[in-house]
Design a protein around this ligand. Sequence first.
Ligand code: SF4
Length: 368
Amino acid sequence: MKITQFFMDASLPQDDEIEYLIQRVGLTPELVTDSQPVYDVINSATDPITAAKSILYITRNKGAVIRKCPGTSHYTCCDYTILHTGTFCTMDCSYCILQAYFHPPVLQYFAGYDTFIPPLKDVFAQNKIYRIGTGEYTDSLIWEKISQGPQFLVETFAKQSNSLLELKTKTINVDSLLDLDHNGKTVLAWSVNTPAIIRSEEKGTAALTARLETAKICEAKGYKLAFHFDPLIIYEGCEDDYKQVIHSIFSHVSPDNIVWISIGTFRFMPLLKSIVEKRFPSSTIPYGEFILGLDNKMRYFKPLRIHLYKTLIDTIREYAPHVRLYFCMEDEEVWEKCMGFFPKKEGELGHLLDKSAAAHCKLNTSFL
Ligand code: SF4
């Protein structure tokens, strides 16, 4: 994290949490009473997206702390729950949807454990399995470098029995988590890609081998793991490269400790294309054979998607015949042709993932 300008909500108390954040950031915060001064600085930059990656704003989450993943009505959704701990990211992937999602993008960290405890207590009191993640609007573990937030969440989830916490990342920031008593309730998840894509499209992220070495260390500490092949990018030779990634995963960790693996090809809202062209002129990813999907996102032609998916699934199955695989946002034909079944009923995919969560993380199976 390279922070050049640091804003903080003036209403935050000067407690241990805030003192730790300030000390780790290493700058004196400019106190603000609302977000407008932060927006003004970002909007006045020549490239607001790049500028926003080094302007940190620590505030409270004043909206919904927990929300259902929006998904889409046109593609099968996995009924995930989002814990909203921050926004945006210090790393810089060319395909990152967050570049087009926030106006302007703001690197916000939501402090104040007291804002998270009541909504989490409500969730923990339900007779239902929850899969909860912090990696939808940010990378879950960039914050580990400056805050004790990830540690707080791991320890909070350790004390309940109906919810799995998934921390999804492209970093290797796990030091503060290794020796925690996580009680098996936290899944550490890595988004993975081929070394060629990581080099060309995922600026500032950890190398694949570093991610997998870290996963191996976490596995030895009893953490369950997950991997997300998302976004798969089609390029010449990609199939062999993705097979090699799968081989690397299973030469580092055991399939028995993997709660799930998701697979999804590159998709993007049309607005993202001009952003990628402008910010990443040498990137070729927006020039594939795309078609506009029902959710108004561009995606590769279906035969191309199916072909790549089948290659990946067959390879994963050689190493891990029983690991739970799922698609993020795919339709019936793709499911049938690649997985051999389609979770048609509402909530069916969510239920399959709940079962895997319950089995791996010792959740209360009577809620299934
Ligand atoms: S790591 Fe994730 S959140 Fe960060 S820039 Fe890359 S895609 Fe975006």
